[in-house]
Design a protein around this ligand. Sequence first.
Ligand code: GDP
Ligand code: IMO
Ligand code: MG
Length: 425
Amino acid sequence: MNKNKNLVVVGAQWGDEGKGRIIDLLSEKFDIVSRFQGGSNAGHTIIIKNKKIVLHHIPSGVLRNGKISVIGNGAVIDPDIIVDEIKALRKKGYKVTGKNLKISELAHLILPFHKLIDIGREIIKGKNAIGTTGRGIGPCYEDKISRQGIRFIDLSNKKILKDKLKMTLKEKNKILSLVFNQKKISINTLVDDLMKRFKFLKEFIVNTEDFLNKSVNQGKSILFEGAQGVMLDIDFGTYPFVTSSSTISSNASSGTGVPYKKFGKSIGISKAYATRVGHGPFPTEMIDDEGLALREFGDEYGATTGRPRRCGWLDLIALKHSVEICGLDEIILTKVDILSMFNNINVCVGYKYKSQKFKKFPMDNNIIDHVEPIYKTFKAWNNEDLKNKKLPSSLQSFIKYIEKFLNVKVSMISIGPEREQVIYL
Ligand code: GDP
Ligand code: IMO
Ligand code: MG
């Protein structure tokens, strides 16, 4: 039995599973909450006493007094967006200082040309676009991997930063003007803007791997907060319709510098149905009036871009894939209240394609694009019955079936967006 108390929480679908609100709840029991990948593409909504907070970069732990939030080396950070986020939190009365928010000096910066390239590339792709958030995530991770990215640590010496950016802009400005028909970026404006941001952010920028490892050795507990979802993982998601980072549990180690042997459980968050923003395979998508009604009742609009989310039934084949890749120990099901809008609900338990049946998620786009879901139907529940001590029997059967199918316990369900609207099982 693994006795480590450090917990990893990831989205087990295509993002927007309700990670933010669950992590906000779970963070009460942890000393530190740390992000390990992703960037301003994330939008994590938390509702506390009717007040809505949307976080893009900062872990949900920031909303609790006495907790420390960390953004690890694996994340990519838009300096403009994080400065705005900190200012907005302070305006709402939350304390955000270098004492309770620490940003890795090794985290890469999302720069203006990353966003222009991201958006320009999507326009060129036309109907084959990925449907990115336009936040520059892909181009920023590309520069990291091709060893020409700019990290926070590079901001401490203006001259060296300018030399590095000069070299980068030689290439980027050609790409911007020749490929994307965009204006060239001025080195002086870029450096001045970055130095202005650095002045504000300086107090937060530290060696986070050192901070985290010291904390672990002192017996402190860490909750690792995933962004996006396993089905958007760069390796194991529905490539190429994925994000550009590794969203799976094991990346919490590479994305923070905390050795993998220090990790305990891993929990996956899943909606009781499924949604996806952007393009790409979604076998259980409901392209009908029921799907539209689910979008409205579930308020399924993106927290980052406001785009309508595609909606569909819970897909246990996709979820099983996430359980296996991440070794999930538990599942938390969110938005259980929303399914009460139906009389009957479907759950996908297999796929059909030509004469073949699939019990595993097919990674071949030629197959996954054409599969037909095999459904098992359950009776829905009434929201009023969720207030009773005993769960409605229809919901009990739904949960039991999921647990048996995945061979994983459903440890909690959420029945509304407020912090306390959860039921521990
Ligand atoms: P995240 O990116 O995984 O943190 O999820 P988002 O914040 O993008 O999307 C989840 C949405 O569902 C948010 O608007 C939440 O307020 C809302 N939400 C989360 N859990 C529940 C729930 O149990 N019931 C209802 N009705 N809404 C929920
Ligand atoms: P949270 O953390 C849902 C999707 C985009 C697009 C694909 C690639 O709130 O769950 P990117 O901008 O990352 O290059 O876009 O990934 N995507 C998300 N979908 N929730 C997110 O984050 C997402 N982050 C990226 O819509 O399909
Ligand atoms: Mg989201």
